[in-house]
Ligand binder design. Structure first.
Ligand code: PEP
Ligand code: MN
Length: 275
């Protein structure tokens, strides 16, 4: 069976470069994406975007269409949310990562975003994958929380098959018997996906942990395992975040994690060079 991503990796083969303006997301560098779980009101979004700009973080995240487990939970601000995140991103020259959770909102999300996220619950929504592949945007594909690595790679294949290789894989934890965390961050998936694909791998400790007290450790573990990026949920006042408050970290914590992560990434790169 022919496929486009699962190639026998030559040690010296360079992974794919995903260019977004002046930034490149690839297996050879590290990217941070941060922001609230759901797009919040304009004042809070402005505060977050301003903070990211100060930190030199280039990507702001936030969902306007939220795939929530309960239909009674907040479902996102929809188009209004897309407008808010785009407006603050433009003001501070940031790039927008936001989720399309249905073919119905794909066109809208495409219009307002720089990277289209496909969430864990839609990781095997094959029709959505085929449609998102046809957009000209890079795609951040999250691992389905019940999917093994082969299934995850095949989801990416659905996109690649449409001739779109601008795919960023995101490890966000899987469901296991362990219940002290929301999901179990599958650290092994990071080096394994790097071996088996040419795509950059981003780790999302926030949705894996579901609790803010271990986000820092999981971030460093992900970088040590070879992650090419980290996605974190942040908020100026995490306790009042509209959704996923428990796993959201404050600015001060983010600042420390971000600084240490850059130092750690350099060390890991040197270690890998010696291999
Ligand atoms: C998210 O990143 O906003 C999200 C809903 O995550 P996941 O799809 O991994 O649950
Ligand atoms: Mn969330």
């Amino acid at each position: 069976m022919s496929n486009l991503i699962v190639e026998k990796r030559d040690k010296f083969e360079k992974g794919i470069d995903i260019k977004i303006d002046t930034t490149i997301i690839s297996q050879n560098n590290m990217t941070f994406i941060a922001g609230p779980c759901s797009v919040e009101d304009k004042i809070i979004m402005d505060e977050i975007a301003h903070f990211l700009k100060e930190q030199s973080v280039f990507f702001i995240r936030g969902g306007a269409y939220k795939p929530r487990t309960s239909p009674y939970s907040f479902q996102g601000y929809g188009v209004k949310g897309l407008e808010i995140i785009r407006e603050v991103a433009n003001k501070y020259k940031l790039k927008v990562v936001t989720e399309a959770n249905s073919e119905k909102n794909l066109e809208m999300v495409k219009k307002y975003s720089d990277i289209i996220q496909i969430g864990s619950r839609n990781s095997q929504n094959f029709e959505l994958l085929k449609q998102v592949a046809k957009t000209d945007k890079p795609i951040l594909l999250k691992r389905g929380f019940m999917n093994n690595l082969e299934e995850f790679i095949y989801s990416a294949e659905y996109i690649a098959k449409e001739n779109n290789k601008n795919i960023i894989l995101c490890e966000r934890g899987i469901r296991t018997f362990e219940n002290s965390t929301r999901n179990t961050l599958d650290i092994s998936s990071i080096p394994l996906l790097k071996q088996r694909t040419i795509l950059p791998i981003i780790s999302d400790p926030s949705h894996a942990a579901g609790r803010r007290d271990i986000i820092e450790e999981l971030t460093y573990a992900s970088i040590a395992a070879g992650a090419n990026g980290i996605m974190l949920e942040i908020h100026p006042k995490p306790e009042i975040a509209i959704s996923d408050s428990n796993q959201t970290i404050d600015f001060r914590t983010f600042e420390r994690i971000y600084k240490n992560s850059q130092a750690l990434f350099k060390i890991i790169q040197e270690v890998n060079h010696e291999k």
